[in-house]
Design a binder for this molecule. Sequence first.
Ligand code: DMJ
Length: 647
Amino acid sequence: MTTPALLPLSGRRIPTLSPGASSFPHHRATLRLSEKFILLLILSAFITLCFGAFFFLPDNSKHKRFDFGLEDVLIPHIDSEKEARHSSRQVIHGVGDHDEAHPGHEEEEESLRDKIRADHERALQEAKEKLRKSKEELKAEIQTEKTKVVEDLKKKDGPKPLPPVPMPKLVGVKDGDPGDPDTKEKRDKIREMMKHAWDSYRQYGWGHNELKPIAKKGHSTNIFGNSQMGATIVDALDTLYIMGLHDEFKDGQEWIKQNLDFSVNAEVSVFEVNIRFIGGLLAAYYLSGQEVFKVKAVQLAEKLLPAFNTPTGIPWAMVNLKSGVGRNWGWASAGSSILAEFGTLHMEFVHLTYLTGNPAYYQKVMHIRKLLAKMDRPNGLYPNYLNPRTGRWGQHHTSVGGLGDSFYEYLLKAWLMSDKTDTEARKTYDDAIEAIERHLIRKSNGGLTFIGEWKNGHLERKMGHLTCFAGGMFALGADGSPDDKAGHYLQLGAEIAHTCHESYDRTVLKLGPEAFKFDSGLEAVAVRQNEKYYILRPEVIETYWYMWRFTHDPKYRQWGWEAAQAIDKYCRVSGGFSGVKDVYSSNPTYDDVQQSFFLAETLKYLYLLFSSDELLPLENWVFNTEAHPLPVLHLGNITLPGSETQR
Ligand code: DMJ
């Protein structure tokens, strides 16, 4: 069949067969040549024909295969569909359709069909299983899927941006130069003390909640759980800002941005976290305008909300930031929540609703207010303990110091913060103060006005350092008090300031004890050893500052300066500032804690005392109970979300 076999013939003359020639041998040779030639010719024509037929005739078997495949391609499984389409296209365009060129093609198609069939069967099976489930199960499944999608989206996009809200009018956030050089020098000294406290914490306790200035290491207490949330950084920020310590402020801001994380398995005090962290972050936001503080405050506030999941809506004292599980202090009367804790959320929570548009915060605190308004009050007084399960009071103890204090403070400040529109809060404050004056405020034999504690129908003639804040509160609430009693309340404030100053002046260190008595010939002095300590608390200096702002009586600056000097002399150590265990001892021992409120409050109030009134004017700012200034909300026609249904 190959051409070379023909070549020897082609070069010769082809012999012709003459008629009549019959000699076989002769003829045999002649015939053999021509036969061979013809046979070769026929054979080659036949082969050419076969070849052509093989290539050009239509292949029905393949068309059949394509039709079959198309049916299966309609199965709603995207990957299979794509594959099938691709495969069909190959067949249509004849690409790779030659079984000899792709010997595995049949098997490929077969396996593709198997895959499509399997997908089909799986989808059917899933549908059958779904139909077997109850409506509730299906709903729950859909809900879970939805939540997952939302969470995935959140993770992808980061936290939802907060709505833009108008920044309240911010007045006097800087400077406050007092003018005269003597006052300026004192103010500079306070600034230097702040720098020493901050730098020491920066060096030895950075990121921890507080500092042990003697051991020179970090410190924390159960109010922050086992967390390391940099409480001192957050608490100190606004003080740094108003003192113009900008590098330190930036340093703190950077730490917060990078490290402050609330997804920690820590059981924290709702009250402490609110006043120190949320209050601190909100104040830093308003003063500096830096969004990071607002974002962090909102993230943290969301973590506190599960604490309100109680039968009454009165929050638990503590909440686990990770699990959201809440509980109360073991020492509190009959599993109660504490008045000064659940009653000291209003300012921060109203600001949170203002900044986020989320009505939940406002509604939670207004619910507490409504619930308290409906309750009977023994002698018009609010007991310190309230059971969040039953909604009943615990022991009938009333105090304007520890366990009660800032509840009264926040009633007044809710009114001030609302631009004096929240008259319900003002009325509740006025009624409470009237009952307190009637039952708890007395004059000692030596003529000192004091605020005692009510315990089961008896007045305990003892006053706490914490109670000394009330002097400032009375002065702050004087304007706007009923029956034109402004002068009376300003006077009451002055008397409390005087008593508290006496409690300092009657010690060896000129620093006030934790609690002091007015009994059995004792006047403003501590009796028990465990009441003689001073832990860098602010309340007395706080009252001096408010009294200074309302009266400009120079004695308040003088008293403040005495306290500042005593702190610098007896509490200052190389690693910061420490509390002292006995203010009546000339040789005091240290408690080795630099409290975060020393930077947030004590030093801030001292600095303000030696600044002009232009720095953070009280017409525009309301200080939370941790001395974090929040602007008055001049809402005008704006209605807070959630307030429509509440008031
Ligand atoms: C601060 O954390 C707050 O002032 C709180 O209201 C009670 N006291 C401490 C400081 O003494």
